[in-house]
Design a protein around this ligand. Structure first.
Ligand code: ATP
Ligand code: MG
Length: 355
């Protein structure tokens, strides 16, 4: 296990979460979740809408109160709002608001001043691919360009630990690749990254370990390869030869379902199923069109996990979740850290829009 020597001189994980629970009235948004991040690790929280990813990340950032459980981030309890923790972490929110009249460079510069150990404005602007928009006002940026600006604000403090809540949503494919390269570059420099995503390919590409969360619960945790290997079954797909009908097929060990013009057999014994099927065709001198065998992809595993967990009724979930009161999500933190400034801007812009 890789550990990091923190300033207190204690060896421990960069992030430690034990039995974390967050309730919004009747709804348990995060339900007894435990995981930890080692130094230099890229860790992904993967899950569908409403799984509790943002809630978890915001608790770790110190922006939201937990209901119960233990959380340590860089040796601190984020609920204490330690300035040291905030100065050593970078945050890319799922949805941020900006001061629209600032230019890109002005905003990055202002934000950078809140960090003792910072990168230069031009370096960060270049890193996120906004050099040609350096002097453009924020209000003129496209959605994807705003997201890049978000990324820039998360990076400018040269964080040891970076929280990225859906970093590439809204990116075009080139920008997405570029963001991936950026995260890979950060990993090479030893930055610890906690990201959330809906995209399996993103988790698979970037993350050393993936935690799958569904309805607040952690349903699987491991490297993408470990998760992919969770399922031993295989899918044999084929089309019936024109000269044959379904009733003449031999008994096949597995579950056979139609898939458009084809049939799909999900089986734990693909070798014997294939043997039966091809033997049957060979005896009759038939060729089986579109015959294929594939192992489950990480996507199949993920969809299986989400399906299984999603089948449970969501106990006590209100139809429309009540909003938390406006203002800082965690009043006890005060408003003096670098992240609060952005949340403040977000709150103000939110208020303006809602009028
Ligand atoms: N302030 C709040 N008050 C009440 N319920 C909330 C609040 N914030 C989030 N929730 C609920 O908690 C659950 C988890 O929300 P969260 O934003 O953490 O999900 P998520 O995994 O980030 O989803 P997405 O992928 O859509 O971003 C959802 O059911 C959501 O409606
Ligand atoms: Mg979210």
């Amino acid at each position: 296990m890789r550990t990091v020597g923190l300033r207190e001189g204690v060896d421990m994980s960069v992030v430690e979460v034990e039995h974390l629970t967050k309730r919004y009235e009747e709804l348990t948004a995060v339900d007894d979740v435990s995981f930890s991040l080692e130094a230099g690790e890229v860790f992904a929280l993967l899950g569908p809408n409403g799984a509790g990813k943002t809630t978890t990340v915001e608790i770790l950032e110190g922006a939201r109160r937990r209901s119960s459980g233990t959380v340590r981030v860089l040796g601190h309890d984020p609920a204490d709002g330690a300035r040291d923790m905030r100065e050593r972490t970078g945050v890319v929110l799922q949805e941020a608001g900006f001061e629209e009249e600032f230019t890109v460079a002005e905003l990055v510069e202002l934000h950078g001043r809140m960090y003792p150990r910072r990168l230069t404005t031009d370096a960060v602007v270049e890193q996120v691919g906004l050099t040609d928009k350096r002097d453009a006002r924020v209000r003129t940026l496209s959605g994807g360009q705003r997201r890049r600006l978000d990324l820039a604000l998360g990076l400018v403090g040269a964080p040891e630990l970076l929280f990225l809540d859906e970093p590439t949503t809204g990116f075009d494919p080139t920008a997405r690749r570029r963001a991936w390269e950026l995260v890979e570059g950060l990993r090479e420099q030893g930055t610890t990254v906690l990201l959330t995503t809906h995209y399996l390919d993103e988790a698979e590409h970037l993350a050393d370990r993936v935690a799958v969360v569904v309805r607040g619960r952690l349903v699987a945790l491991g490297s993408p390869a470990e998760l992919g290997a969770r399922r031993q079954d295989a899918v044999v797909s084929f089309r019936l030869p024109e000269a044959a009908d379904l009733t003449s097929l031999p008994a096949l060990d597995g579950v056979l379902v139609p898939d458009g013009l084809d049939w799909q057999l999900t089986t734990m014994r693909p070798t014997s199923a294939l043997h039966a099927l091809t033997g049957w065709a060979a005896e009759r001198g038939l060729e089986i069109p579109a015959l294929a065998v594939r192992r489950p992809t990480l996507e199949d595993v993920y969809l299986g996990l989400v399906g299984a967990a999603g089948a449970e009724p969501l106990e006590g979930a209100p139809e429309v979740p009540p909003a938390e009161p406006a203002g800082p999500a965690h009043p006890a933190d005060g408003a003096d850290g670098p992240h609060e400034a952005r949340r403040g801007v977000r709150a103000r812009i939110g208020a303006r829009r809602s009028r």
